[in-house]
Design a protein around this ligand. Structure first.
Ligand SMILES: [Zn+2]
Length: 68
């Protein structure tokens, strides 16, 4: 992670951010996430992300159950 700085385009104060993401504490300005320097990891690439949902294949339909 890189700590970066920029000037708030709304109020002109210095804003610090991470990886090109900024949020101004004074006026509430935030830049768009796509302006960040780091690509957002996809779910597959994020080791901390949730496991991808694995849908098991439906079991084959068998004969009438519970035949006694
Ligand atoms: Zn601002």
């Amino acid at each position: 992670m890189d700590i970066t700085r920029t000037e708030c385009p709304q109020c002109g104060s210095e804003v610090t951010g991470l990886n090109g993401r900024y949020a101004c504490a004074l006026c509430g300005w935030v830049n768009h996430w796509s302006q960040g320097t780091a690509d957002l990891p996809g779910a597959e690439e994020d080791p901390d992300g949730p496991e991808p949902e694995i849908v098991p294949p439906a079991p084959p339909v068998q004969g009438p159950p519970h035949r006694r």
